[in-house]
Design a protein around this ligand. Sequence first.
Ligand SMILES: C[S@@+](CC[C@H](N)C(=O)[O-])C[C@H]1O[C@@H](n2cnc3c(N)ncnc32)[C@H](O)[C@@H]1O
Length: 491
Amino acid sequence: MTHHLIRFKQLIKARCGLMFEGNSEANLQQVLNERARILALEPASYYERLKSSVAEFQELVNRLTINETYFFRESEQIRLLVDHLVPRFLARREGRAALRILSAGCSSGEEPYSLAMALMDKYGERSAGLFDIHGADIDSAALAKARNARYTRFSFRGVSDEAQSRYFDKEDWGHVLKVSVRKQVSFHSLNLLAESLPPQLNDFDIVFFRNVSIYFDAPTRQRVQHKLASMMKDQGVLVMGAAETLANDLGVLPLVEDAGQFYFVKGGSSWPAQNPQTMMPDRATPVTTPPLPQLHMALERVPVQRPSAIADVLQVPLPDFETLYGLVRDKQFDQALPLLDAVLIQAGSSTWARLLKANVLINRKEFSAAENLAQEVLAADAWSIDALLLLGLAAKWQQQPEVAVRWFKQATYSRHECWPAQYYLADLYRRGGESDLARRAYRVVIQLLSDKEPDTGIQYLPLDLPIGQVRFLCEHQLAKLPVDKALESQR
Ligand SMILES: C[S@@+](CC[C@H](N)C(=O)[O-])C[C@H]1O[C@@H](n2cnc3c(N)ncnc32)[C@H](O)[C@@H]1O
């Protein structure tokens, strides 16, 4: 299959925009092998099948999309919707038509349902008449989950217990969303790269399109933004993830700053000032991003912070690695992030800035953006211990133990002495009930830590594992694990 990979990659990218570089290529390869095996086809015949069969293409896409999402993700943008955008749209709406809101790339529904719940919090029962909310995605399996509206705890990272009990009924295995919220949202199949659109998906006032563009290259992002613009009313608003907004300032829709946040407005902003008494006028202002050629190069690859924060830091000399390493080590993330963005703008390929930024993003649970950065580093250096560890940690935090084990294993293949990777592996094996593997890995860690200066191979990331404590924990866990008689007798 390997030498056919390019053709598959081209076909998938042309049809739905998804790209597979670096390590995600291995995942693509695995999925293609699996589908070809299930259908008992050689790679060349499977390629032909994929080209001609809509059903098979859908099947493949469902396996390739990354659906990570959770309720009230980036909640400050949801506040922007409820507190600023919706009141203005309602004030200027003509007649009694409901405001049309779309979550494009809605995955399993957490995003559009969050918008519905936040609006119901403010507008109560009037919501049903005021808002017409839609979710759309290319992945038919994710849409089926969205329509089913049953969620496990992984979807609830941003929901208070009180909101959970108000909008969900608890069942043994998880939570089911109440009908009052479900009936506020309708779901549709949508490929943003397709020529035609479902007829219901037009004339939107507000579009949320978050954490999807990160899987596309710049020309695809531009094409998709034209498509989204065609689905919006004049003066309609497009909200993207905070970390991806600037990378999508591609000359299609004007970018505006409003209430400390950034979004795009079809035709540019013409909000009337709503509240002249306040210090900050409630008016969105057009933003001009710095016209540096390097900036655009960097933005094509790196999701960056708010433009004003970048502009601020571009005025001062850039900090060096030691300073930024210190900030990240001391968890001064708010201070570190705009500075790291500034470094990435001026030296787009800075490996250490990418890795430190990915480290910060993982701490903020912005996993997709962190994984993207780590993947970019791996694309240049397939054995980067730092990148492999970050990907392992991102998977571990997202409760994907098998994926995490794969990344940590790869780190130990790259450098056996990388005791943090061995330690995380031991921990994952123990939690997964793999006592033999856990025991072996804990012993490796203890042995490595008995060296005077164990060389982990980590180049740029601050190590958050105190050696003494790790040694103690390994010994403690080893003592608690059941004894493997066969192994003990060989020792
Ligand atoms: C990471 S999820 C984002 C979910 C949600 N917007 C959020 O921010 O939490 C990305 C979603 O984009 C969808 N997607 C990818 N390519 C697409 C395309 N060409 N058209 C429509 N949806 C697409 C994927 O199926 C996936 O569910």
